[in-house]
Design a protein around this ligand. Sequence first.
Ligand SMILES: [Zn+2]
Length: 223
Amino acid sequence: MSDNLKAYMVSESGEGHACVAFAVSGAPARQAGAGELGTDWDGIESCRRAPEFDAYAPGPVPKRALYDAGWWFECGHCGHRVSINEYHEYRSDDEGNDAAPEDFGFFERGRQVYCCRACMAKDEADDRTRAAHDAALVELVALKYPEVLVVSYAYWNIPEPKRSEVRFTLPGLEGMVRWIIGENTVSVERRDVENFKRLYSPGTSATPEIQPARPPSAFIASN
Ligand SMILES: [Zn+2]
């Protein structure tokens, strides 16, 4: 079927964002392109044939091919424009050594494009750090509540680890439990307060420390 599909360059009004959509004619291409760009029919400035990309039907066109054809991307790490038509400012590395020109240009990792090898490496390192922190947070929750079912959200705040936040589910509770790492209290939904006291903090049931609640949450001492 992809024999009938032709490539169209669909451009958004204003922002300068564009994509390549494959369709049998202009109208469905415009529709598909608008969807991909996160806008609607009226948000599209132009939709025109791009026969140079026909060979990639049914898509997507590799980012490298778009780059080679003069399209530009934003570096996934520093925001610098990644364009074959623009001069790169070759930066020096952390030790002040001049960076090699071949380390600049188009670099791709996963869904991201980078302006230079260093940006790609930094992003990769950030991902590894984030993954390690997420794993550490999950471990902290499991230490506090070995019964934990699912940790659905873990946010590690780099400058101030104590603001790191996790949300998780525990057997016997309907809603999420929220815990700011470092605080003695966790927050549970109002409907879970009684069950939480009974199941997870029996020692505190006599004098629960319930702080002013922002509905539907209430705060309760957990140990
Ligand atoms: Zn960059």
